[in-house]
Design a protein around this ligand. Structure first.
Ligand code: PGA
Length: 241
């Protein structure tokens, strides 16, 4: 295992560091494949990447992206969809080609076929050079929820009550939060060349501690990262505990 832990003073510094690491990847390999995450954590990093792009520091014209997950039943145009989130926060603000950006299709009628084709798509890109992950309060990565076993490939998942509660802040009420999502599997995630796990705030401290220092168990999906050869953790002081 090679895990580097970078502790930052606060969310702003965490965002700057995360953006620096992603920018470094793009500079090193302009046609790289980035794995991207949604949620509150990466918003500041995406904002900083947009700024770097606007300053002429990075060029995304050959970059390809694959996102971790998408809610089931959400159209791309739905403001709560992860497609929409990525367009708003990053894709529409940089010079990435829309055809080079990929998320699972939450509206697919044949869900297992969609999962299989997403897996094939990722394989066809060669490899994910740098995969950005957040961590859930319950230790999830992507939407791989605590369970009795690690799901290997892209699959459809029932979201736990914890996750639905945590995500209801993005909806007008809890009943609107989708109960199902498509997510990259743990195997898909572990195939990434480098994993960048970002965690901010005291609400993540327990999950992060278990992930980094507890036993490797599917009850804490992020704990599997202890077995990955190249992980960078960027955590602010509050999340590091
Ligand atoms: P957050 O979500 O960035 O909104 O806290 C992280 C996650 O649930 O993976």
């Amino acid at each position: 295992m090679r895990m580097r832990i970078l502790i930052t003073k606060d969310y702003e510094e965490l965002s700057a560091k995360t953006a620096d690491l992603i920018a470094a990847q793009v500079l090193l390999r302009p046609d790289c494949v980035l794995g991207l995450a949604t949620g509150s954590t990466p918003v500041g990093a995406y904002r900083d990447l947009v700024e770097k792009y606007e300053n002429g520091e990075i060029d995304f014209s050959d970059v390809k992206t694959v996102n971790l997950d998408e809610y089931c039943g959400m159209r791309d145009s739905d403001p709560q969809s992860y497609h929409y989130f990525m367009n708003e926060n990053l894709f529409s603000r940089i010079n990435i080609r829309p055809e080079n950006t990929h998320l699972p299709d939450g509206t697919a009628s044949d869900v297992s076929r969609e999962c299989e084709s997403y897996e094939k798509l990722i394989a066809s890109l060669g490899r994910i050079d740098l995969l950005l992950l957040g961590i859930g309060n319950n230790g999830h990565i992507g939407f791989n929820e605590p369970s009795e076993g690690f799901a290997v490939k892209t699959h459809c998942v029932d979201l736990t009550d914890d996750t639905v509660r945590a995500n209801k802040r993005f909806f007008s009420n809890e009943s609107e939060v989708p109960r199902k999502a498509l997510t990259m599997g743990i195997g898909t995630i572990m195939m990434a060349e480098t994993i960048l796990l970002a965690a901010s705030g005291a609400s993540k401290a327990e999950a992060l501690k278990k992930a980094l220092r507890g036993p490797v168990t599917p009850e804490v999906p992020a704990s599997i990262l202890q077995l990955h050869p190249n992980v960078i953790v960027v955590a602010d002081e509050a999340a590091f505990g």
